[in-house]
Design a protein around this ligand. Structure first.
Ligand code: CP3
Length: 354
């Protein structure tokens, strides 16, 4: 499924799928749906295949990545696959000693807090992440018409893990660096933007149909600070990919006050958490972008009639935007009953069939 001249997607194949069409604000036969963290611990088949293999090691085995990525597609019939990987994979490839600790998250051996520390982050090339290139190529062949989403962490969220040395509630050291040594902060985010952009380009060259930039912790910032310290770097990543023609999704949590600014970074689609209704989000983002979201992941633990009413509400509110990709407002929680996820996919498809 190559591209016709002029960057228009050829008909058929993943470029003509409901998911990619919704990202491009084109008419769709039904509202497409996928779930952030759809591949992972909510699935017994995932827990089984991952048993005894550390997380980062799993990300470096293309055949395993392929199988784990396919699991939720087979089980739930979602409209898109998301590559099984992690936001810290390119940072590890750039020379930072880190691990992903079960139940905790990424842990960095020597946190990055000075100009000299920033020098430890070197640029990456495809050779540093050849396992990702290989996994994407395997997946594109196996997925057929189902699109594959590539992803990366945004500079702020990556910087938070590097500066704090691990997960953080208040991002105290991160903000201390940002306010106290802005030139070091901008140097760090500049390098992270380059690493992220190259990591996404590797995935795009290997054939992903869309990319999502995860700025999960951006909601910790005021709009003014977001605009000064973060937006230029996320914009460099997203606008730097404009020439690829691949739709770009920009996502964060707790970003009600940042939605307008996040839209300005150059994405085609803005991801919205459950705190902001999609029609209100569209007013903030502007009328020319698609939205993605936004069922509260905790809602999946409610009785089915409650879930059904929420799905109806979200589909209705999503009509305010020129394109809607149904998703959760953040990732699937490990305790989620996977059968409920399958039912949500069916419900979204049934209710939105045009
Ligand atoms: O969405 C998917 O299905 C694709 C896979 C994916 C993973 N991580 C796999 C993973 C994606 C898109 C990510 C992105 C990611 N990683 C983000 C941004 C998305 C978000 O949730 O906000 C962040 C902040 C991370 C950092 C990270 N890695 C955390 C917080 C954790 C969880 C730690 C824990 O054990 O609670 C990880 C590890 C991780 N990444 C797991 C998975 C499936 C769990 C590892 C395991 O199975 O033991």
């Amino acid at each position: 499924t190559g591209r016709a001249r002029g960057g228009e997607p050829a008909s058929g194949g993943p470029a003509d799928s409901p998911f990619v069409r919704a990202c491009r604000r084109q008419p769709v036969p039904h509202t497409p749906v996928w779930f952030m963290r759809q591949a992972g611990r909510s699935l017994p088949e995932y827990r089984e295949i991952r048993a005894g293999i550390p997380m980062l090691e799993s990300c470096r085995r293309p055949e395993l990545v392929c199988e784990i990525t396919m699991q939720p597609v087979r089980r739930h019939g979602v409209d898109a696959a998301i590559l099984f990987s992690d936001i810290v994979v390119p940072v590890a490839a750039a020379g930072i000693d880190l691990d992903i600790v079960p139940g905790t998250g990424p842990v960095v051996a020597d946190p990055v807090r000075t100009a000299a520390d920033v020098e430890r982050l070197r640029p990456i090339t495809v050779d540093d992440v050849s396992f990702v290139d290989e996994a994407v190529r395997l997946l594109v062949a196996e997925l057929g018409d189902t699109p594959l989403i590539g992803f990366a962490g945004a500079p702020f969220t990556l910087a938070s893990y590097l500066v704090e040395g691990g997960p953080s509630r208040n991002h105290v050291r991160t903000k201390a660096l940002m306010y106290g040594a802005p030139e070091v902060w901008h140097a760090l985010c500049g390098r992270l933007a380059e690493i992220t952009a190259e990591f996404l380009r590797v995935q795009i060259r290997a054939g992903v149909s869309a990319v999502q930039l995860f700025d999960s912790w951006a909601g910790a910032l005021s709009e003014a600070d977001y605009r000064e310290y973060v937006l230029p770097h996320s914009t460099a990543v997203l606008t730097g990919l404009a020439d690829t023609g691949v739709p770009r999704i920009h996502f964060g949590v707790g970003t009600a006050e940042l939605l307008g600014a996040m839209g300005e970074a150059g994405a085609d689609v803005v991801g919205v958490d459950w705190r902001t209704p999609l029609d209100a989000a569209t007013v903030r983002i502007g009328p020319d972008k698609a939205v993605q979201g936004n069922l509260d992941p905790c809602l999946l633990f409610a009785p089915w009639p409650v879930i059904e009413a929420e799905v109806r509400r979200i589909l209705h509110e999503g009509q305010a935007a020129p394109g809607h990709v149904f998703n959760l407002g953040h990732g699937v929680l490990p305790e989620t009953d996977p059968e409920v996820l399958t039912r949500v996919v069916e419900l979204v498809h049934d209710l939105s069939a045009r």
